[in-house]
Design a protein around this ligand. Structure first.
Ligand SMILES: CC(C)(COP(=O)(O)OP(=O)(O)OC[C@H]1O[C@@H](n2cnc3c(N)ncnc32)[C@H](O)[C@@H]1OP(=O)(O)O)[C@@H](O)C(=O)NCCC(=O)NCCS
Length: 439
């Protein structure tokens, strides 16, 4: 993570729009603890969170002060120092197909006070964020969303989906025998010491994963102040390979059981595995804990290998949902940053109501999967061509969305016969995109 973005000024057009409505739009000086604390409380209120304790505010200040922190203030209010709207953004590493990661503009903490809703504040903020990201030369913006209805109008499309798993532990027996290796309970400090490094070793093998920042690791480990009940219940188990090297962790909580002691629920808050042995051993562990009848886990891959380990795959109920939304800002830079599965010449006729990506672009992929992309005046002869909006191209970008579905729903239009198939073969990622955290 770099922080040269954090002082980038707010967009002038959005500042003028908000100023005309009597509102001030500006950066929060995150070294000024008092004003940053006001912003943090406004952010929590915006998501219907509780008033934060001083300890929680201190931990948030330490954890996210590196981000570009933006507020909107209504100076006519009784308490004008509390922002009526917030956003926080930073350059974040996003894994793209081909085992590499690129800088993307991560946008978080988008809130508008309920007293100031639906008067265009979020629109001014989002358009401002996108213009700032484009001005900084970032090829795309991304966010995880509270509602899937909000961000399409700004050119975002869902690109990574996640599954919430509910598993009937008694039905979940494994097809294979236990593999070699060893499990042991460990403390949060062992997890915080080793898990980030382990995650970094595997992060670029899955499109959609991002770099996880230290405060998020503390929250996963159950040591960040905030939800004390959650933290008290957090347990961690580590898997070591035969040579004794840590290859995975599971962070979980066991709750319930008051009405029937044999019916506790186990929630997997994070399962990190560097090898298939670690993966199988950690899932086997949580599914075999005594006095547990149901195991839950959110934000798992939509192509979770666990189902193939079980004799009865109907032991698992998987509920998929959209998770990571992308918004391409610079089409050639974004398209050239990833690798592709097949050589091709594909022309995109892109509509973008905000203008960033509007136009016709030719993508040429060589035998090695490397790409060159450039704006063109018209569809070159011999190229496969499609018409779509920037939302759909952003959805397709990581290779986890089926082109066929977008064609069938009228969101992608073939301009040359068979173009959808060429696009599918070229863009498809052999590894299902997955993002294991919220941001
Ligand atoms: C979502 C939220 C930020 C919107 O703020 P806002 O200032 O009321 O939004 P705006 O008035 O700028 O609306 C901008 C556009 O989005 C639409 N919109 C706003 N909130 C929406 C929602 N929840 N669902 C669908 N559309 C929404 C508006 O109708 C408007 O559409 P248009 O400009 O195309 O006509 C605000 O309601 C909020 O803070 N919600 C709770 C926190 C949250 O969920 N934040 C999002 C985190 S990912």
């Amino acid at each position: 993570m770099t922080n040269n973005f954090s002082l980038h000024p707010v967009d002038e057009t959005s500042a003028n729009v908000l100023n005309d409505r009597g509102l001030r739009y500006g950066l929060v000086d995150t070294s000024d603890r008092e004003s940053f604390a006001e912003w943090i409380q406004a952010d929590s209120r915006g998501f219907h969170g509780a008033i934060m304790s001083q300890e929680q505010v201190d931990s948030t200040i330490a954890g996210v002060a590196y981000r570009r922190t933006v507020g909107v203030w209504d100076e006519t209010l009784v308490e004008p120092q509390i922002p009526v709207a917030t956003t926080s953004s930073w350059t974040e590493q996003l894994t793209v197909p081909g085992g590499r990661s690129i800088d993307a503009w991560a946008i978080s903490s988008v809130t508008v006070s309920p007293t100031h809703r639906r008067r265009g504040i979020a629109r001014a903020l989002l358009e401002g964020e996108l213009k700032s990201a484009a001005a900084m030369g970032l090829p795309l913006a991304m966010l995880t969303v509270s509602e899937s209805t909000i961000y399409g109008r700004f050119g975002f499309g869902p690109a990574v989906f996640a599954s919430a798993l509910t598993i009937d532990a008694k039905r979940a027996t494994f097809t294979s025998n236990q593999r070699p290796g060893r499990l042991q309970p460990v403390s949060p400090s062992d997890f915080r010491d080793k898990a980030p490094e382990l995650f970094e070793r595997i992060r670029t093998s899955t499109p959609g994963q991002i770099e996880i920042w230290p405060l998020r690791w503390e929250q996963i480990a159950g040591v960040a102040p905030g939800d004390e009940e959650h933290n008290k219940n957090t347990r961690i188990v580590r898997f070591d390979d035969e040579a004794g090297a840590p290859r995975g962790f599971v962070v979980y909580r066991v709750t319930g059981g008051s009405a029937d002691f044999t019916k506790h629920k186990l929630t997997v808050d994070y399962l990190l595995a560097e090898s298939s042995d670690a993966y199988e051993a950690l899932w086997r562990f949580v599914l075999e804990v005594d006095l547990v009848h149901e195991v839950n886990s959110d934000l798992r891959s939509i192509d979770e290998p666990l189902l193939w380990h079980l004799t009865d795959r109907r032991a698992v109920t998987a509920t998929p949902t959209d998770h990571l939304w992308l918004r391409i800002l610079d089409v050639p830079a974004a398209l050239q940053a990833r690798r592709y599965e097949a050589p091709a010449r594909i022309c995109f006729d892109i509509s973008d109501s905000l203008g960033f990506a509007h136009g016709t672009f030719l993508l040429e992929v060589d035998e090695a999967g490397a790409a060159h992309a450039t704006p063109v005046d018209e569809v070159p002869s011999g190229a496969a061509a499609v018409a779509l909006t920037i939302n759909e191209l952003s959805s397709l970008y990581l290779g986890g969305v089926a082109v066929d579905s977008l064609v069938a729903s009228g969101r992608v239009r073939e301009l040359t016969p068979g173009a959808a198939l060429v696009l599918e073969r070229t863009f498809h990622s052999p590894v299902a995109p997955w993002l294991s955290v919220w941001f």
